[in-house]
Write a protein that binds this ligand. Structure first.
Ligand code: NIG
Ligand code: FE
Length: 411
């Protein structure tokens, strides 16, 4: 048994998917009792008598929140694209850089050249830094392989990484991220490959992914092509996710609603009809403030989306092109300062709503009896102070499945 004691403020979403008004329950002077990988109880005051002989972690009067969930990342990649970063600073847009032959295809070349071992080796330190920021569950997409062997290689890397470090990883199949160069003049043959038994079928059969994502965008896949991929995925038991309404408005969020996607992500150019469609279909809206911040473009209209009654989650979109941002706490701060989300909405967005966006809302994202014991102990007095202090790592300790996996405390 492990008891976390001397918690200055315990802060957690109370229920699963939250819609406006988002509720963070706070308990002052609290403790949490953990047995195995589960939370068995929590409450006000010091821990009960029977905990005298248990292992103790002193929170030092800090705030304790659920382990964070990064529900949208491209953490497995090779190579580096700071040259595109410089081009954008000099005035080119993300789409222009991509159209000039840079963008996703650059990373595809690097990933194709990397071995499985190399991909694993490149990704491990990234995950270590994410964990140190309080992130205990991470979704990772393929989509930089774009061939049978290379898409499988990326997802194999995710599978192998599950065994090598404490963060729980969730694989998403994103072969429909870009049309690879060799298929430029035969797009439909590429969509055939994406939907094929040998690739999509294998991903599903071998449990290499739980979700299938599509980049539905003028420069990537149209609505028709995306529908084909997502319906085929459904047949294979892979639930839909979409990169929707990021740069241009082509009806991607309406498609997300139509195929009953678990989430529609990005939404920088969503319109009123798209918001209504997502709401009616019960799709989680995943916003990626780090991406627009990194690209220096307008953020999604978080207020409009939240106030319409949609559950909003926040992810980093960590990738080498549009969001070289691996800190989910930084994204919370950006959500507050640039999107006018409150610290409570931001915390809900990286905990329970993010867990819902990857189908794990009943196990992670909240501090409650029976939930998995994923906790972050912070060096701040209350949860709002975390978003209030961007760029500082406020994490004192991290507990994953009941085990202390990061401990920076000096006490
Ligand atoms: O989510 N939008 C498409 N995919 C990524 C970017 C990938 C890249 O540029 O490498 C995104 O922003
Ligand atoms: Fe993305």
């Amino acid at each position: 048994m492990l008891v976390v004691r001397n918690i200055g403020q315990l802060a957690t979403p109370r229920n699963g998917a939250q819609v406006v008004p988002y509720g963070i329950e706070t308990i002052p002077h609290a403790h949490v009792l953990i047995e195995g990988d589960r939370i068995i109880s929590f409450g006000v005051g010091d821990a009960p008598e029977r905990t005298a002989e248990c292992e103790t972690l002193d929170a030092g009067g800090g705030c304790v929140v659920p382990g964070l969930v990064d529900c949208h990342t491209h953490t497995v990649f090779a190579g580096s694209r700071e040259n595109e970063f410089v081009k954008r600073i000099q005035g080119k847009s993300y789409a222009q850089v991509a159209e000039e032959g840079g963008g996703i295809r650059n990373t595809v070349n690097a990933v194709r050249q990397a071995s499985l071992d190399e991909l694993v080796g490149l990704t491990l330190p990234r995950l270590k830094r994410m964990l140190a920021n309080g992130v205990t569950t991470v979704e990772i997409k393929s989509g930089y392989g774009l061939s049978l062997d290379d898409e499988i290689k990326m997802l194999e890397a995710v599978r192998r990484l599950k065994e090598l470090q404490p963060i729980e990883l969730v694989g998403t199949y994103l072969a429909a991220h870009a049309v690879p160069e060799e298929y430029t003049h035969k797009r439909s043959a590429y969509v055939d490959l994406v939907c094929s038994e040998e690739l999509m079928g294998r991903v599903a059969r071998e449990g290499l992914a739980e979700f299938c994502d599509v980049f539905t965008e003028r420069t990537a896949f149209g609505v028709e092509e995306s529908r084909r991929v997502l319906l085929a995925a459904k047949e294979h038991g892979l639930r839909a996710k979409l990169h929707a309404d990021q740069i241009t408005q082509i009806g991607a969020s309406r498609l997300a609603a139509e195929v009953r996607a678990i989430s529609a992500d990005h939404l920088e150019t969503i319109d009123a009809g798209g918001i209504t469609a997502l709401k009616e279909a019960g799709v989680i809206a995943v916003l990626l403030p780090g991406c627009s911040w990194f690209l220096g473009v307008a953020q999604a209209s978080a207020r409009e989306i939240i106030d319409a009654g949609l559950p909003v989650a926040i992810g980093t979109d960590y990738n080498p092109g549009s969001s070289m941002v691996e800190s989910l706490p930084l994204c919370m701060s950006i959500a507050c300062t640039q999107m006018r989300m409150t610290p409570a909405e931001a915390l809900v967005g990286v905990t329970t709503n993010a867990a819902m966006a990857i189908g794990r809302g009943s196990r992670v994202g909240r501090i409650a009896e029976g939930m998995q014991a994923d906790l972050v102990i912070l060096d701040v007095e209350n949860y709002a102070q975390w978003s209030y202090h961007p760029g500082r790592n406020c994490v004192r300790a991290v507990i994953k499945k009941g085990r202390v996996v990061v401990n920076n405390s000096t006490t």
